[in-house]
Design a protein around this ligand. Structure first.
Ligand code: GLU
Length: 481
């Protein structure tokens, strides 16, 4: 059997991390079996359509390096891949179901439906459609503006559907509604369009959020009425925030593209999201994509909800940054460095070799690419202020100015090598009879404005003698106030 999996987002907003995590499962299964990963845009709710949403979805998949085999702008034998362009197909099936008496036209007004709903609610009954039009034999046609098409759900008996993770689930038909298949405007509902499309696109597996479980019996009935085989269903658990509520904007960014802006690497994001809800059966957490493709299996998807732990993402991102070859890290950080005004597209004025050396010192310390702004600016610009905590700790003592003057003089005269710088600092401390920290910390604060960072001797060496002594002089002036 050929494995064909579709990612079927609705273009109603920014691509949510939960939706993208489902797409990752789709993609992994497709790649594991050398199958097809298909993008289908479910744009049948015209009122919720958001301009630019499709581009953002495609942009998110591109960022995560998830190649699409069939979809909008790519083509394939099963298109079009926008549901809004497949109305004729849905209408054919609609007519078929109506003729077979498996569905019926209904002209109940929204006011009537509302009244029925309220009456049922008042009686503490389920507020569902009262099947008023079911036996009226109304004549309608798709998109006639007056009728919706409703499914004739059996009033007794049971329906069983199979979920790959949960097994068989059985529901009494009396629990189900005569749900709408086609709306007045001729657009299909999700239930109708997704069943037809999954069949027509020869989809083998459907991964979708577990919020769709309650609709699955309806889909099963629909498949039976159409005389077609359903695909395999995998309902994946939701992603929760740290407070165990469904992940939303409230928890920070829920839009995947914001993580790109925040300086996360796509490899790290992919790895992190895949592990929310799936595991390889070992404790391994950093799993290169190729290995994940090899190991991926539906059985290892968890049924319980996963938590989006940003601390873990930060850790993972740091690991990925550290394992990125320096050459490529330089290229990846260049756009950000340009945005900060440090270098242009050709690494001028500092030169690529200098940037390379800076990143050699910083690579270990970055959690997000954007951390570079706060932690490495002093390689490119003069510090404009000193860390207030550092001022209290490192710029204190009646002899602080003497210590800085002595360090400046020793550095001005020393040979500008790592050893030479270290000797200058240590001999200054010995001469003044103070611990090395009494020289190292003030010099670090003077030169970088910060209290932490890579080794001081490396920093000074890279920044150069003139900038080093100039910055110490400026700190002395500042201290003299
Ligand atoms: N368009 C549906 C949604 O965005 C897709 C659900 C499915 O994958 O079937 O929730």
């Amino acid at each position: 059997m050929s494995i064909r999996v579709r990612f079927a987002p609705s273009p109603t907003g920014m691509p949510h991390v939960g939706v993208i995590r489902t797409a990752i499962f789709d993609w992994l299964l497709a790649r594991h079996y050398n199958g097809e990963f298909i993008l289908r845009i479910e744009d049948t709710d015209r009122t919720r359509f958001v301009e630019g949403a499709v581009e953002n979805i495609i942009g998110a998949l591109k960022w995560l390096d998830m190649d699409i085999d069939e979809g909008p702008g790519i083509g394939g034998d099963y298109g079009p891949y926008y549901q809004s362009k497949r109305l004729d197909l849905y209408h054919r099936y609609a007519r078929f179901l109506a003729e077979e008496n498996k569905a019926y036209w209904c002209d109940c007004s929204p006011e009537r439906l509302d009244k029925v709903r309220k009456e049922l609610q008042a009686k503490k009954l389920d507020p569902r459609y009262d099947r008023h039009c079911r036996n009226l034999g109304l004549k309608g046609s798709p998109g006639d503006g007056k009728h919706v098409l409703r499914f004739s759900t059996p009033e007794s008996g049971e329906t069983t559907f199979h979920d790959e993770l949960r097994g068989d689930i059985t529901v009494a038909n009396s629990e189900l509604d005569d749900f709408v298949l086609l709306k007045r405007d001729g657009f299909p509902t999700y239930h109708f369009a997704s069943c037809i499309d999954d069949h027509h696109m020869a989809i083998s597996h459907v991964f979708r959020g577990e919020e769709w479980i309650s609709s699955a019996p309806k889909h099963r009935l629909l498949y039976d009425a159409l005389g077609i085989q359903p695909p395999k269903f995998v309902h994946v658990p939701v992603i929760l925030g740290p407070d165990k509520a469904k992940l939303s904007k409230r928890h920070g960014a829920a839009n995947i593209l914001e993580y790109k802006e925040m300086g996360y690497l796509p490899e790290a994001m992919f790895n992190f999201l895949a592990l929310i809800g799936w595991n390889p059966g070992t404790d391994e957490e950093i799993i290169p994509r190729e290995k994940m493709i090899e190991q991926f299996s539906i059985e290892r998807i968890n049924i319980s909800a996963g938590v989006f732990d940003i601390g873990k993402l930060d850790w993972m991102n740091g690991e990925y940054i550290r394992s990125t070859p320096l050459d490529s890290l330089v290229e990846r950080l260049r756009p950000l460095m340009s945005e900060y005004g440090w270098v242009d597209a050709d690494f001028k004025p500092w030169g690529k070799a200098y940037v390379f050396e800076v990143l050699k010192l910083m690579q270990e310390r970055l959690k997000r690419l954007t951390d570079i702004r706060e932690s490495a600016f002093y390689f490119f610009e003069e510090p404009k202020e000193y860390d207030p905590k550092g001022i209290k700790k490192a710029f204190k003592g009646g002899d602080i100015i003497d210590r800085l003057v002595a360090a400046r003089d020793a550095l001005a005269e020393c040979e500008w090598s790592l050893d030479g710088i270290e000797r200058a600092i240590r001999s200054t401390a010995e001469r003044l009879d103070v611990g090395a920290g009494k020289i190292v910390h003030p010099v670090r604060l003077a030169v970088s404005g910060l209290t932490g960072g890579p080794g001081l001797f490396e920093i000074l060496h890279l920044i150069g003698k003139d900038r080093t002594t100039g910055r110490i002089d400026r700190a002395i002036e500042w201290l003299k106030g």
